[in-house]
Design a protein around this ligand. Structure first.
Ligand SMILES: [Zn+2]
Length: 449
C-alpha cells in the first residue's frame, strides 16, 4: 500500500491528525473534562442529569471514567425546549444574546430539535468541515458548486463556509432548479460539488434525459462530497455515482446536534475516519452498554463534541451503528476508522423473521444488480405471526427483456447477503417515489398493527 505520511500538505492539521493514539486519548480526556465542567456549571439540564446520577465533573479522572457520564438522547433535547429561555431551553450554556446561529434537526420523524450556536461554535463547525474537505483533496485551486437550497438545516452551510476557509472558490447554487444547476456547473467548469447521494444520482439522470449532457463526459466535476444519507459508504451506490459523474465520491457523517464528526479521505479505505481532534467517539455494545475498543464488533455510537459551547453535546446517543476497522489508513492519519461508515440506525436495525437486518444491506444488493433502476422500496408487514417483506423495484426499460434473469440474480443475492426471502414486486420504470433530499425507502409497518 502506498503511504503518504511524509507529505504534510495532505493534512489540514498535520500535528493532530497524526498524533499517536495514547497522546490523542490524553488530549481527548483533557478536553472532555473541560466541556463537562462547562456544562455542569452553566446548564440546569446537564447539572440535574449528572446530580441525579451522583456524578460531579471531578469524578472523571481517566479515559475509562468517561463511560460513567450519563448519555443524552434526542428525546431529552426535545423536552427541554419547552423550558426557558425560549426557544432553546435550559441546556443553553451562554446568555441568549451570544447565540448567532439557529438551526433545527432534519430527521424524517418526530418534532425537530432546535440548535443554538455562538459565533465561536460556527467557526468550529467550519473547522470540522475544513478537516474533512482538506482530507478529500479540496484546495485553493478548486471551484466548488453547492446545488443546495440554504435553509434552517445545517447541511452544507458549514461545507460552504469551510470551503471558503480553505480558500476554494464557492458557487452557491441555491434557488436554481436542477437543470439550471447543471448548466451553471458546465458554464463555470466547477470541479467539485457537495450533495446527498439521492440528489447526486438524480442530477445525473436529469442531465442525461433532459439536457443530453453526460456528466462523466461533458462536465468537469471530479470530486463529490456526500452527506445526509449513507449512500456514499455503500459500495454499489458509490460506484453508480462515481461512474455517472466520472468523479471520486467521498462520504461524510454529521448531525445538527453533534457536528461533522467523520469523513472519508482520498485513500478511500472503505470506511470513515472519526475526527478525534474535535470529537470523542465511543462505540457501545447495543445490549450490554460495554465500550467496544476492538475492531469487528458492532456498537452504537456515543459521541461528544469536545469544543461546542452554546448547547454542548456530551455523550450523545446517536443511535447510529458502526464498528472499528482493523487496518490503519494508508493516508497516515491516526484518526480511527469506522469500517464501511455508519452501517445502520440502532432504531432501524430490526429483527425480521428472527434475523437482524440493516436497511443499508438491502440497498447494497439492489444497487449492485445491473438492470435495476436506482429506486426501490422495502415494506415490512405482519400477517398473523409472520413477517412479510415486500421489495418494490423498477427494471430499466432497455433491460426488460432480461427480467427473468435479473429477478433470479436479485433473489439469490438477497438470500445470500441478508438471509431473508422477499416478495418482489416489479413496478413500471419511473413509478416509485423519487426523493430530492433524504429518501425514505424502508417502511416497517409492523409497529402500527
Ligand atoms: Zn485516511
Amino acid at each position: 500500500m502506498k503511504t503518504y505520511s511524509n507529505q504534510k500538505d495532505l493534512y489540514w492539521n498535520p500535528v493532530v491528525e497524526t498524533l499517536p493514539p495514547r497522546k490523542m486519548r490524553e488530549l481527548q480526556l483533557k478536553k472532555f473534562k473541560r466541556i463537562l465542567e462547562w456544562a455542569y456549571e452553566r446548564s440546569k439540564f446537564h447539572r440535574k442529569l449528572y446530580q441525579e446520577a451522583g456524578l460531579e465533573p471531578g469524578d472523571i479522572k481517566s479515559y475509562e471514567d468517561v463511560a460513567k457520564v450519563p448519555k443524552v438522547e434526542k428525546a431529552m433535547m426535545r423536552d427541554i425546549q419547552r423550558k426557558d429561555p425560549f426557544p432553546y431551553g435550559d441546556a443553553l450554556c451562554v446568555p441568549l444574546e451570544e447565540v448567532t446561529e439557529f438551526r433545527q434537526t432534519s430527521g424524517t420523524t418526530g418534532t425537530p430539535v432546535y440548535q443554538p450556536d455562538t459565533w465561536q461554535d460556527w467557526e468550529w463547525w467550519a473547522e470540522a468541515w475544513a478537516y474533512l474537505l482538506y482530507a478529500q483533496g479540496y484546495r485553493k485551486t478548486d471551484r466548488v458548486f453547492l446545488p443546495f437550497g440554504y435553509n434552517i438545516f445545517v447541511a452544507f452551510w458549514a461545507g460552504h463556509y469551510a470551503a471558503e476557509k480553505i480558500g476554494c472558490e464557492v458557487i452557491p447554487g441555491g434557488v436554481l432548479d436542477t437543470e439550471a444547476r447543471i448548466l451553471k456547473i458546465q458554464e463555470l467548469k466547477a470541479n467539485a460539488m457537495m450533495a446527498t447521494p439521492t440528489y447526486v444520482l438524480g442530477m445525473a439522470d436529469t442531465a442525461k434525459k433532459k439536457l443530453g449532457i453526460d456528466p462523466a463526459r461533458d462536465l468537469t466535476i471530479r470530486k463529490i462530497t456526500c452527506a445526509g444519507e449513507p449512500g456514499a459508504s455503500i459500495p454499489s451506490t458509490k460506484k453508480r455515482m462515481e461512474e455517472a459523474w466520472g468523479a471520486k465520491v467521498y462520504d461524510h457523517v454529521g448531525a445538527t446536534e453533534i457536528g461533522a464528526w467523520g469523513f472519508e479521505c482520498t485513500a478511500q479505505p472503505g470506511g470513515l475516519h472519526v475526527n478525534e481532534a474535535l470529537f470523542l467517539t465511543q462505540l457501545e455494545d447495543i445490549e450490554t452498554g460495554e465500550i467496544i475498543e476492538e475492531p469487528g464488533r458492532k456498537g452504537k455510537i456515543v459521541i461528544t463534541a469536545l469544543d461546542r459551547i452554546a448547547q454542548p453535546c456530551i455523550r450523545f446517543d446517536s443511535k447510529d451503528v458502526a464498528e472499528w476497522s482493523k487496518e490503519p489508513c494508508p493516508c497516515g492519519r491516526t484518526f480511527r476508522i469506522i469500517q464501511g461508515g455508519v452501517v445502520g440506525r440502532a432504531d432501524d436495525i430490526t429483527k425480521i423473521k428472527g434475523v437482524l437486518i440493516a436497511p443499508s444491506a438491502i440497498e447494497e444488493v439492489v444497487r449492485s444488480i445491473k438492470g435495476l433502476s436506482d429506486e426501490f422500496e422495502v415494506i415490512v408487514t405482519k400477517k398473523g405471526d409472520l413477517d412479510h417483506i415486500t421489495l418494490k423495484i423498477e427494471i430499466l426499460p432497455q433491460e426488460e427483456k432480461n427480467q427473468e434473469v435479473i429477478l433470479i440474480q436479485l433473489k439469490d443475492q438477497l438470500r445470500l447477503k441478508t438471509n431473508l426471502g422477499y416478495n418482489i414486486e416489479v413496478h413500471p420504470f419511473n413509478s416509485l417515489p423519487r426523493y430530492e433530499v433524504k429518501a425514505k425507502r424502508f417502511k416497517d409497518l409492523r409497529k402500527h398493527d
